[in-house]
Design a protein around this ligand. Structure first.
Ligand SMILES: *Cc1c(COP(=O)(O)O)cnc(C)c1O
Length: 220
């Protein structure tokens, strides 16, 4: 595990890309080991598992929510979540804002974009995104900060297709940044790439990658 971790970390550091270690289904002992290696950012995809692990592990850990988030569960992670990568609807964003107000904090969010061919993946498409930015909805949500975009490529061995999808996401990111975030320091993060495709993602401009099985081993 550590050989993999150090190798991946070195590569990502050289490219100034942040590593989110995806620890879903893995025991806290394994997280502690990786944390002891200096890793601070961990990602989970289920609210209950994330919350339980957060109470058992060091407070310095920065927790990232990367999976589909139900509105009624936002309240459990709102007090401490570091970044929500998987905001896939305006309604969810509004609920995160509401819970952020209650907790007197600003919650950083990424908007998840549907880039894969598969019908099942959650996320906004480009038109929905433009509609959101052109409405006043985002401006009125003062307790969420839109830090950027997240996307998952199609599960395929076709490297060129994966590259094309990441490249398209990067272009959309740059376009939105120019249109809506000029002269602002926000909207700087592009979360794309997992164990099987993170090198392509880095080559195509990811600022964060989410890696699970390469660090923690296969999930069962
Ligand atoms: C599980 C998961 C990952 C990590 O997947 P690996 O293939 O194990 O690296 C990344 N992103 C999301 C959204 C996930 O659910």
């Amino acid at each position: 595990m550590h050989n993999n971790y150090n190798e991946i970390k070195q590569y990502l550091d050289a490219h100034q890309v942040k590593l989110i270690a995806v620890s879903k289904t893995k025991p806290v002992e394994m997280i502690q080991e990786v944390f002891a290696n200096g890793q601070m950012d961990f990602g989970e995809n289920r609210v209950q598992e994330l919350s339980e692990k957060a109470t058992m592990l060091p407070k310095e850990i920065r927790w990232h929510m990367i999976g589909h988030l139900q509105k009624n569960k936002v309240k459990y992670i709102a007090p401490f979540i570091h970044l929500i990568h998987s905001v896939d609807s305006v309604e969810l964003l509004a609920e995160i804002n509401k819970q952020a107000v209650k907790n007197n904090r600003i919650i950083p969010c990424l908007l998840q974009i549907h880039i894969a061919e598969e019908e099942t993946k959650f996320g906004f498409d480009k038109d929905e995104l433009l509609a959101l930015f052109n409405s006043n909805a985002i401006v009125e949500m003062k307790n969420v900060r839109i830090d950027g975009l997240m996307g998952m490529a199609t599960l395929t061995n076709n490297q060129e297709q994966i590259r094309k999808e990441f490249r398209g996401l990067k272009m959309l990111f740059e376009q939105l940044k120019k249109l809506y975030f000029q002269n602002k320091n926000s909207f700087t993060q592009l979360s794309m790439g997992m164990s099987s495709d993170y090198i392509i993602a880095v080559e195509e401009g990811a600022t964060m990658v989410r890696i699970g099985s390469l660090i923690f081993g296969e999930r069962h």
